[in-house]
Design a protein around this ligand. Structure first.
Ligand SMILES: NC(=O)c1ccc[n+]([C@@H]2O[C@H](COP(=O)([O-])OP(=O)(O)OC[C@H]3O[C@@H](n4cnc5c(N)ncnc54)[C@H](O)[C@@H]3O)[C@@H](O)[C@H]2O)c1
Length: 346
């Protein structure tokens, strides 16, 4: 299915449940440059061997200014100009880097994505946020610019390691928590196998996430309010990710437990939800506990972009499917972290 979403920052054409071979029609070889990572290139480089291709090291460590500089030099070497298009083929690391590079190279050029991880398909490729990390500051430099198109081909997921499937499910569980109680129940009665082995189930799940994210971004592209709800689990999650070198989805899973604990005190979410939620994370092979230093996590949260005076805008749950933005003091965050640190969930 092919459709266009008109965001304020630009239109994105979605090629949902599509086939990679479409790329040749929508991204001419002469005017496109592919950027991918080593793993994806090793597995799929033969598919785009006719394109000019730049390859970066795999992993979060490449989401840096050094990568941007290196890529910009190589683009200049290829005489890439504003009229051409960058195509990011890979997971969220690649889409974040390519979106950012395209927004600053020659003051902005066109770009598009072919997401190859579940996490990028349901989240990172969508909505125009891009960025790089600066030392321990996650996504400190970035912009909001929409990709021209996003081409979905689920067959890329056939080579995705199990741990990366789980990472993708962390963001899917996030969508269920903040806005789709029916999806939450669907996940409860399913397992990863339900989606790995039945392509139509997976397509429908991916489409629900894409639709939810698009409707939120359409209402609030610049993240003044509603879009912040997509950060459920991300405030503590980003601190865990940076300090303990966890994968993004694993860190978000842990951060969602902290946010749920905070929700019990601050907005009276039912305490029955936490055990059910923790079971769901386990069902999708996500971590539910971590040994961590509360002070270090608090210090990292102090530097968070969502800081609002002496408080942090936290995303809390009033119930499954209903998220609210609620400023929490550092004392309230510390309390939730301490309860999480001393809890026994596994
Ligand atoms: N911009 C946004 O809105 C947004 C939203 C969520 C997450 N993110 C960012 O996304 C990043 C995480 O994305 P990710 O989880 O996709 O990580 P990733 O891009 O690092 O990919 C994870 C691993 O899977 C490998 N891989 C990719 N496709 C594969 C395939 N088809 N088969 C086998 N291996 C494959 C990669 O090489 C990498 O080793 C984080 O940096 C996070 O901050 C951004």
């Amino acid at each position: 299915m092919r459709y266009t979403v008109a965001f304020p920052a630009g239109n994105t054409e979605y090629f949902s449940n599509s086939d990679y071979s479409q790329l040749l029609q929508i991204a001419p070889i002469a005017s496109s440059v592919i950027i991918t990572d080593e793993n994806v290139n090793q597995l799929y480089g033969h598919l785009f061997q006719d394109y000019k291709t730049l390859i970066i090291e795999s992993g979060e460590k490449s989401k840096t200014w050094e990568t941007i500089q290196l890529l910009a030099e190589k683009l200049a070497g290829f005489e890439v100009h504003k009229g051409m298009k960058l195509i990011g083929i890979g997971g969220g690391m690649v889409t974040d880097v390519v979106g950012f590079l395209a927004s600053v190279y020659m003051r902005g050029m066109k770009f598009a994505f072919v997401p190859t991880t579940l996490l990028a398909m349901v989240d990172a490729a969508i909505g125009g946020k891009n960025g790089i990390n600066v030392h321990q500051f996650k996504n400190m430099l970035g912009s909001i610019r929409q990709p021209e198109f996003i081409l979905y081909d689920q067959s890329f997921l056939e080579t995705l390691p199990d741990v990366e499937w789980s990472n993708g499910f962390a963001e899917i569980i996030k969508y269920a928590c903040i806005g789709d109680a029916a999806m939450f129940e669907e996940l409860v009665i399913s397992t990863q196998i339900t989606f790995k082995t039945r392509a139509s189930n997976l397509t429908s799940l991916i489409n629900k996430c894409v639709q939810q994210k698009n409707s939120i971004v359409l209402a609030d592209e610049q993240e003044k309010g509603l879009r912040k709800t997509l950060n459920f689990g991300h405030t503590a999650g980003h601190a865990f990710e940076t300090l303990y070198h966890l994968k993004h989805g694993q860190a978000v899973a842990l951060g969602m437990i902290v946010a749920l604990i905070a929700s019990e005190k601050a907005v009276n979410v039912s305490t029955d939800i936490r055990p059910k939620f923790v079971e769901l994370l386990k069902q999708y092979s996500l971590p539910v506990s971590l040994k961590f230093d509360v002070d270090k996590v608090i210090n990292t949260i102090h530097l968070d972009k969502k800081r609002n005076g002496g408080k942090i805008d936290f995303i809390l749950l009033e119930s499954i499917g209903n998220a609210v933005i609620h400023p929490l003091s550092f004392e309230e965050i510390r309390n939730a972290l301490q309860i999480f640190a001393h809890g026994s969930y596994s």
